[in-house]
Design a protein around this ligand. Structure first.
Ligand SMILES: [Zn+2]
Length: 421
């Protein structure tokens, strides 16, 4: 039975028969402290008419559902998966649900700031948690466009992957935000961040203009130093656009410090979330912390190209997603920012992390057999990040930095290589 711990075999089954076109998601965040309402319209095709499958849909209950205009019996909904039968070649599935806010940083997290009792929300999709925000085919190779509409208190800011198209006042201190449609992206990097966030705006002008935003809780505003964050961000864009040979693939770039977060940062397309203390320094910090912040900013930014635009088919390639972001963030620090000595930090901290993890019984090959989501959860470690990045660095030393960069930029298999040096 499918459920929270989806398997690679189930994902492969679904992607052999389905192609997803779009998610059109409408959320109402004004339903109280526990529940939010979602209405999702999913358009997808199926190459095997009559096929039955399931959506990943974790929530309180399904209010109603229709497939190609016909009501579906929702009695079989088990809180984790939603089953659909008798698919046509082209399908439109509409699911109206009550979702539950998360208290564990998985799905749509809701936290209350003890300073002023304001509510702050953020979503965490990786590895397989966005299904707690809306029903979807939650696997990286079933990409689709994502169009979001949100009703929320009108003093909030609402942030997603794409820019806000319009904000309409609904009265009763509520507003409705509509966002423009994303390019085709994986479900795990779709995102919603909402609350009365403090924000600062700027713009990067390179191969194209990219609006930049930094957000944090209102009560942290006095500690935010946007100048250095924007400096590293702009240096990162300039560096990656040059080295990857492609303009930034999304429309804007927001960086949001979120509370009650399990990770250092998360590379949601165009809306990166950060552990608060990594982005906002509440006291004087050492240079190492500025280095760590720059590294995190550049790591997440590298994912926009390699991870978000180009994505692993399944989590077996998590190592390459993370190792490449790890390796290229150090390269960008050394070649594109004031942190010229950062390979020393890589060798001292990150490579040592890999050496230590490699001595534990929990060590594993860099390329792991990720048969299900629980296995993936056990592999966000020093092997998948730092040992993988060390091996990539070894490969760079072998073929030469310039050849490696040419390989990254190459879209044709017959590229001539320079002689290694
Ligand atoms: Zn990463």
């Amino acid at each position: 039975m499918p459920g929270l711990n989806s398997t690679r075999a189930e994902a492969a089954q679904r992607s052999s028969h389905l192609a997803v076109e779009s998610y059109d998601l409408t959320l109402d965040l004004t339903k109280g402290d526990e529940i939010f309402e979602s209405k999702t319209i999913i358009k997808f095709s199926c190459n095997k008419p009559g096929y039955e499958t399931f959506l990943d849909a974790v929530g309180k209950n399904v209010i109603s559902a229709t497939l190609n205009g016909q009501p579906i019996d929702t009695a079989s909904y088990d809180g984790e998966s939603f089953f659909v039968k008798n698919l046509a070649a082209q399908n439109e599935l509409v699911i109206h649900m009550n979702g539950l806010y998360s208290k564990t940083g998985e799905g749509l997290q809701r936290s209350v700031d003890p300073v002023d009792n304001e509510v702050y929300l953020y979503s965490q999709g990786e590895t397989a948690f966005i299904r707690k925000m809306y029903p979807c085919f939650d696997q990286p190779d079933l990409k689709a466009t994502f169009t979001l509409t949100v009703t929320a208190p009108d003093h909030w800011q609402v942030i997603s992957n794409n820019p806000v198209k319009e904000k309409v006042d609904l009265g009763e201190k509520k507003s409705k935000w509509s966002f423009t449609t994303t390019p085709r992206i994986s479900t795990y990097i779709t995102a919603l961040i909402a609350g009365p966030y403090y924000s600062v705006q700027d713009e990067y002008v390179g191969k194209k203009k990219v609006p930049l935003g930094i957000y944090c809780r209102k009560s942290l505003a006095e500690f935010l130093d946007p100048e250095d964050i924007f400096l590293i961000t702009k240096q990162g864009f300039a560096y990656f656009e040059k080295v990857f040979g492609l303009e930034y693939p999304f429309e804007k770039y927001d960086q949001i410090a979120v509370v009650d977060f399990n990770w250092g940062a998360m590379e949601n397309a165009g809306a990166v979330t950060f552990l608060e203390r990594l982005l906002v320094f509440r006291s004087k910090v050492t240079e190492r912390m500025y280095n760590a912040r720059a590294n995190t900013i550049l790591h997440e930014m590298a994912h926009m190209w390699f991870g978000n635009m180009v994505t692993m088919k399944w989590w077996d390639d998590l190592w390459l997603n993370e190792s490449f972001a790890e390796w290229s963030s150090y390269l960008a620090m050394v070649e594109g920012t004031r942190f010229k000595n950062s390979w020393t930090g890589f060798n001292q901290e990150r490579k040592n992390w890999a050496y230590r993890q490699d001595q534990l019984v929990s060590t594993h090959p860099i390329v792991s057999d990720m048969k299900d989501i629980d296995t993936v959860a056990g592999n966000f470690d020093g092997i998948s990040y730092a040992k993988g990045a060390s091996v990539l660095q070894q490969l760079v030393a072998h073929v030469g930095r310039d050849n490696f960069i040419l390989g990254l930029q190459n879209t044709s298999p017959s590229m001539p290589l320079k002689t290694p040096h």
